[in-house]
Design a protein around this ligand. Sequence first.
Ligand code: CO
Length: 460
Amino acid sequence: MKVNITETVLRDANQSLIATRMPFSDFEGILETLDNAGYYSLECWGGATFDSCLRYLDEDPWERLRKIKAVCKKTPLQMLIRGQNILGYKHYPDDVVRLFCRKAAENGMDIFRIFDALNDFRNIEVCIDEVKKCGKHAQGCICYTTSPVHTIEKYVEMGKELEKMNVDSIAIKDMAGICSPKEAYDLVKALKGAVKVPIFFHTHHTTGLGAMTLMKAVEAGCDGIDCAISTFGGGTSQPATESMDYALGQFGYESGLDRDKLKEIADYFKPIRKRFLDEGRLNPEVMGIKADILKYQVPGGMLSNMIANLKDLNALDKFDDALAEIPAVRKDMGYPPLVTPLSQMVGNQAVQNVLTGTKYKTISKEIKAYLRGEYGRAPGEVSQELIDQCWKPEELVQGRFADSLEPAFEKTKAELGKKARSDEDVLSYIAFPQVAEKFFEAREEKESNTVNYTIEKKED
Ligand code: CO
């Protein structure tokens, strides 16, 4: 039996353990080995990588992609894309979404893992369509969460819907790492019985369940799993590639991975891991097991965010009350999956409700936008009382929010003029305006310095 393994060291492991601070120069020397190790795909782009390249690493994310592709010619490259939100948290018009997918494909992307935080598939439709038009692999996502409305039947319905949308495969995205081995087994089993396309499973090892969850998912017929090479695996990252391959191998599953190459990859990242540890960028804290997540059923990032919030407000003693308020807020909001930014929105509202002593005395502008329908359709029923508190019926979004947005690419390109040197630059700017602008300015400066330097050289 074949099991496909995706390596996440270049994206999710990097994002989960060291806030996506690994520069290209750190992994350049191991790309060829990664390409020859036999992975199903290399996840290397999307999510925070794009932002971090521009903001902290002085790298053009598009150039990074081209440089990876120049070496990794055999193994498909994979990215994570938030459907209509592309890489951020707001909706973009269709022309931008389409061009982004096309440019990503042209620059070397092969597999697009496409998700919407609310599992509102109207928000991934355009993305899937464009990826298919580019002749690339469109992987539709089901964001996993637990709530009274997130039943196995509901997930199976979602799987069927994705298959109808012509996806090449389906990923179960357990971004919070809360899916237990039993839940994974039952979910994959049910999906495999209902759809024909391959199923992939993504989780995090945060609660210590990750490896068991992947094992049971594979036992239930899952076609592929995400792992991270041991030196960047475990903790809030993915279960370790070598350990999963070893355990699955004994049960007769063939990953096709070359174990000598895996050792080479793990060894290569050892000094890099050590450097991030020494610099304090890799906090040993993230490697521990957070069993609290199982008790509260909320992602670790959300818990630490709430603690930080309460600390700032000098109200850490209200932590238990705020935690107890979460289920109520989630219910009122129609049970959104707890993924960024919804997890923070729900957490902050719970804190506010507890601190003010009156429910929804203050409501953030993000939650107001959510209630208006700007994020899409909630999985469950949203409290009508809460909607009425913020909006008149005629103000609510009808249909798909992106339909109300004007095309933006050509207009932005004209506005940017010479600052943008390519369509890719324009897309970087649309995704992260201030950050991209600073990056463009620094690039100009660097190049003019290079010219000056050459002239000076000539003079002496
Ligand atoms: Co993840």
